[in-house]
Design a protein around this ligand. Structure first.
Ligand SMILES: [Zn+2]
Length: 270
């Protein structure tokens, strides 16, 4: 009896281990800092204000393209972690390689990032990283760490008039919500890598894009200052990514699904 019980425990434990290594990691459900509706409202209002402060690319083809890449990546997020509908906007700033996420699923990608990418998969890799920040509720956690959870809740409830506009000005000027912690970055890279692979993209695209950022940091530091103001150096991230790819046997697949990458780059150069 006891022996059979032990055998069951071993069997279940090994199944759990296999499941853990073959499936995308799932964020803890209910990890949201604020009630879902409040966080959504906070994100929507912030995004509307940031939008007014950034120059948004006025080309439907570009915005539709990024939305399609975003949809592909977001579809790879386990359903229980998809708390918000995603919306990505391309900011017209060819001299800046950057992207950031707001609470409630709002992503902003600078045109400079798309221009520096080699292919669609590298852009998808950055989106996957930002999507992971949202799935893991990092933007709200960062804001709460900066302002205090009670203040953030009061802002979300509309009790602090002017606070959203003030926050949005800071975000638009800096190009990020608040500096991410090293742990949050590593977590977003890891989850993002699974989403990227789940969306059918080559996971090595995340590695190659980080290598690109590393080179840009040496050759054209101005391009990536905003990115590195809130992100740790790519060298250690590359190492962790390669380790995850190896350990989980993540396989390289396509570098393009939506297509038309060259045309999108050409449109952004106009
Ligand atoms: Zn990040």
């Amino acid at each position: 009896m006891t022996r059979r019980w032990i055998a069951w425990v071993f069997l279940l434990a090994s199944c759990a281990t296999v499941a853990q290594f073959t499936r995308a990691p799932v964020a803890a459900v209910g990890r949201l800092l604020l009630p879902e509706e409040e966080e959504k409202r906070l994100g929507d209002e912030l995004a509307a204000e940031v939008r007014q402060r950034e120059r948004i690319v006025d080309d439907e083809a570009v915005q539709e393209w990024i939305a399609r890449v975003q949809d592909r990546v977001a579809a790879a997020v386990p359903e229980e972690d998809r708390k918000f509908p995603f919306e990505t906007l391309v900011v017209d700033d060819p001299e800046t390689v950057n992207a950031f996420a707001l609470p409630g699923g709002h992503l902003f990608v600078y045109s400079g990032l798309i221009l520096q990418a080699e292919n669609e998969a590298e852009v998808a890799a950055v989106l996957a990283h930002e999507v992971a920040h949202v799935a893991l509720d990092h933007p709200a956690q960062q804001l709460a760490a900066r302002l205090g959870a009670d203040t953030l809740r009061a802002i979300a409830l509309g009790e602090r008039p002017g606070a959203i506009a003030q926050l949005a000005s800071g975000i638009a000027a800096q190009g990020y919500v608040a500096a991410h912690s090293r742990e949050q970055e590593a977590e977003a890279d890891r989850y993002g890598l699974f989403y990227l692979t789940g969306a059918g993209y080559d996971p090595n695209a995340m590695v190659s894009f980080f290598r690109k950022l590393d080179r840009l940091q040496q050759s054209e530091p101005d391009l990536v200052t905003r990115f590195f103001a809130s992100h740790p150096s790519p060298a250690e991230r590359i190492q962790l990514l390669e380790q995850t790819i190896r350990e989980h046997g993540l396989r390289g697949k396509a570098t393009s699904h939506v297509g038309g990458f060259d045309e999108i780059q050409a449109r952004l150069r106009r």
